[in-house]
Design a protein. Structure first.
Length: 148
């Protein structure tokens, strides 16, 4: 069901944890399956994501998607990181079963939510976030913001 790369990121997830005093935090969840993903960002004065951590409550696909997304994002500028799509996550993992694709969407949405939190704190504007609302219900993906 899962390829070796997905299993590796599930069994040995990278960047798990919490960042104390993060620059931004984003949290999203999928109520239909119970997956909850929280991403913490530490962004330097040059707008580079110097550290990223995650906490995910969910299935192996959600954990693997979180792990690979943090690997792909760390060291990038915020604008570069915002170009990450769920398709990029899927491609980097080598695919997920069709019923688990929503996990890659969670990774993209959690990143955007974390950057939005950072932007709100600093007054910065990122055009990639125009129209993004982390707590609007995400009717097209079944996502809602959940506190845990």
């Amino acid at each position: 069901m899962y390829n070796d790369k997905v299993m590796d990121h599930f069994m040995n997830p990278r960047n798990v944890g919490v960042i104390e005093n993060p620059s931004g935090v984003g949290e999203v969840g999928n109520v239909s399956c119970g997956d909850i993903m929280k991403i913490y960002l530490l962004i330097d004065d040059n707008d580079v994501i110097v550290d990223i951590k995650f906490k995910t409550f969910g299935c192996g696909s959600a954990i693997a998607s979180s792990s690979i997304a943090t690997v792909m994002i760390k060291g990038k500028t915020v604008s570069e990181a915002l170009k990450l799509t769920n398709k990029d996550v899927l491609d980097e993992l080598g695919g997920l079963p069709a019923v688990k694709i929503h996990c890659s969407v969670l990774a993209e949405q959690a990143l955007k939510a974390a950057v939005l939190d950072y932007a709100n704190k600093t007054g910065k504007h990122y055009p990639e976030l125009d129209g993004f609302e982390p707590d609007d219900g995400h009717d097209d993906h079944g996502l809602v913001q959940i506190e845990f």
